[in-house]
Design a protein around this ligand. Structure first.
Ligand SMILES: Nc1ncnc2c1ncn2[C@@H]1O[C@H](COP(=O)(O)OP(=O)(O)OP(=O)(O)O)[C@@H](O)[C@H]1O
Ligand SMILES: [Mg+2]
Length: 242
């Protein structure tokens, strides 16, 4: 591809105290792509996603977003650059209603767009519309995940970061969530960086995939290439995550 990547991660190393969680990560996310990072528990997936957002901060290496070096930028400034995150474990506001959660997500966007953007979120997730005055904490797990994604979209992101959206959800709900991600990418051209343990669904969806083991990328390729590889099948697909 000729245009520079929307997100360029170069030799990134991140530590928690003396523990090194990322050992020189390099990858690109091009505009309009879905890029997935798969790996086992503790491999460093969430750490990479959080490092993009500046918390924890990369100790060395470089992160360039939309032509700008964001490696040392404060997190709140990174969020203003239309990078939006749906973190692991959803972390919606449990005492706030669905509508209020969406308002929080819209905080960095223009408030004038709220009604229009909320309507669009409800179109994507009709179940949320029926529950807009219900408190977040009383939603089902699947509905909370929908809310976490909807909230992230309220900031009108150019780059959406999703950390394990399928975690703990029933297969049917997982399918729905992944269909919405696909639709956002295909219809709105949204660029997505998706961290997943559910390798089957993630690789089926992704244009590019990377495998992370112990803080290092060990394999990269198109989603289809990785799905076909024996090492990937053996380590991440046996037992049928699908
Ligand atoms: N706040 C922290 N303090 C110290 N070590 C941490 C912290 N957060 C993560 N780690 C360590 O960093 C490593 C990478 O963790 P990370 O959460 O990025 O893994 P992950 O790939 O997201 O795993 P999972 O699939 O279980 O979510 C692990 O060894 C973990 O114990
Ligand atoms: Mg994680």
């Amino acid at each position: 591809m000729s245009s520079p990547p929307l997100l360029q991660i170069r030799d990134v190393e991140t530590f928690y105290g003396k523990i090194q969680a990322l050992r020189g990560i390099t990858l690109d996310v091009h505009e309009g792509e879905i890029v997935t990072l798969i790996g086992a528990n503790g491999a460093g997936k969430s750490t990479l996603m959080m490092t993009i957002c500046g918390d924890p901060r990369a100790r060395s290496g470089q992160i360039v977003y939309d032509g700008r070096d964001i490696t040392r930028l404060p997190t709140h400034e990174i969020m203003r650059l239309r990078i939006s995150q749906s973190p692991e474990g959803r972390r919606i506001f449990p005492r706030m209603t669905v509508n209020e959660n969406l308002l929080m997500g819209a905080a960095v966007a223009d408030p004038e767009h709220f009604e229009e953007d909320a309507a669009r979120a409800f179109e994507l997730f009709p179940r949320l519309k029926d529950r807009k005055d219900q408190r977040g904490g009383t939603l089902s797990g699947g509905e909370q995940q929908m809310l976490a994604i909807a909230r992230a979209l309220m900031a009108r992101p150019k780059l959406l970061l999703l950390d394990e959206p399928s975690l703990g959800l029933a297969p049917l709900v997982v399918k729905q969530i992944f269909e919405v991600i696909k639709e956002l990418n295909e219809k709105q051209g949204l660029t997505v960086f998706l961290v997943e343990q559910n390798a089957y669904h993630a690789l089926k969806l992704a244009h590019q995939g990377h495998v992370i083991v112990n803080g290092k990328i060990t394999m990269s390729g198109t989603g289809a290439e990785l799905l076909a590889r024996e090492e990937v099948r053996a380590a991440y697909l046996e037992g049928g995550a699908h």
